[in-house]
Design a protein around this ligand. Structure first.
Ligand code: PLP
Length: 367
């Protein structure tokens, strides 16, 4: 057997629930309505030549640049945000470097950073899962943690809004961090931007070490096509383009993307429904006295303690998949539930009430 590089032996394994996901899938923050009908229409029009030819990324990049109101040289279309994170880690991290993440957060930051041989330094979020801006800044400026030298920090990755907590870091805080760490790539993952509305884009013109990613997997419902975008200062993007395969995206995704972007009302309505559902869910949890974290994304995290596993199991038995996040840092006993289209939100809330009643969760407060 070949021996894989050292860092791969100690990598954390990411185990998404990929099999046996029958039912209403509210466990993965996917779009519950599917993609726009215009995308389906476009798919039906595709013929054999689209599939036979190597994909041409350039046209799609112009469309996305116009959509984001940035220059085409300031972006790179990627095979989902996952590839964007991977590319940034590959481009800037070496063995001996430090990569900072604030936990809990999206698992792929740690996996891709550690795979390069860099050391991943995890800083815990505050007691309400708030982003510890001050702690990050003091670590960068004073090196207050004797094990972390500011000069070795080459990557700081932040999901904003964060997954699994739904919390949001003010963009000014991230800009301060970017300025305090000019030798580090600051990767801001805005996978849930559409449900939140605030962005760092195009702050890289002030902070050239900043990268912002977006995905078409969530609000646009294209997770299966795998398409996202990495944006940043054009000189940095030039380097990243060198490291990327010219054929990193499939031609079907590229053909469908313009149709998805053109159907603005479809995305707007979907996002509105998800936000209304999020508010209703949060109000229901509050009325029951269930601890939860106000979310800026298309999901809500809440604490059920010892009842968490049974709750997830009972929801599944009633045809709704939700996610036990107990293995994430600071999330023991927490479940995460995706919101989406009205009818799915209504079904979710009804079934949750039934399960809460059966398990006696939040009863005293609700009465
Ligand atoms: C914060 C965050 N970033 C990225 C992704 C994955 O995005 P993509 O499908 O574009 O790879 C997810 C998916 O759950 C996520 O939560």
């Amino acid at each position: 057997m070949l021996k894989a590089r050292g860092p791969l032996h100690t990598l954390k394994e990411y185990h998404p629930p990929l099999g046996n996901r029958e039912g209403l899938r509210l466990d993965f923050n996917e779009n519950t309505a599917g993609c726009s009908p215009r995308v389906l229409e476009r798919l039906r029009q595709l013929d054999g030549t689209t599939v036979a030819r190597y994909p041409e990324r350039e046209k799609g990049e112009q469309v996305v640049a116009a959509h984001l109101r940035v220059a085409p040289e300031e972006l790179l279309l990627t095979n989902g945000t996952d590839e964007a994170i991977h590319l940034v880690c590959q481009a800037y991290l070496e063995p001996g470097d430090d990569a900072l993440i604030v936990v809990p957060t999206f698992a792929m930051f740690e996996i891709y950073a550690a795979a390069t041989g860099a050391r991943v330094v995890s800083i815990p979020a505050g007691p309400h899962f708030e982003f510890p801006t001050q702690a990050v800044l003091s670590l960068l400026t004073n090196g207050s943690d004797k094990n972390v030298r500011a000069t070795r920090v080459r990557l700081i990755a932040v999901a904003n809004p964060n997954n699994p907590t739904g919390t949001f870091v003010p963009v000014q805080d991230l800009a301060r961090i970017a300025k305090a760490a000019p030798d580090a790539a600051i990767l801001v993952d805005e996978a849930y931007f559409e449900f939140c509305g605030e962005s760092m884009m195009p702050k890289w013109r002030e902070c050239p070490n900043l990268f912002v990613t977006r995905t078409f997997s969530k609000a646009y419902g294209l997770a299966g096509l795998r398409i996202g975008v990495l944006t940043g200062h054009k000189e940095q993007m030039h380097m990243l383009r060198r490291a990327s395969s010219p054929y990193n995206l499939n031609s079907v995704a590229l053909e469908c993307l313009p149709a998805a972007l053109a159907d603005k009302s479809y995305v707007r309505e979907y996002v509105n429904q998800a936000i209304v559902g999020r508010r209703e869910l949060e109000a229901d949890l509050a009325a029951r006295g269930i601890r939860h974290w106000p979310s800026r994304a298309n999901f809500v995290l809440f604490y059920l303690g010892d009842n968490c596993k049974t709750f997830v199991h009972e929801m599944r038995a009633r045809g709704i998949l939700v996610r036990d996040r107990s293995s994430d840092y600071g999330c023991k006993g927490c479940a995460r539930v995706t919101v989406g289209r009205d009818e799915h939100n209504q079904r979710l809330i009804e079934v949750m009430r039934e399960v809460f009643a059966e398990l006696g969760i939040g009863e005293q407060v609700a009465r």
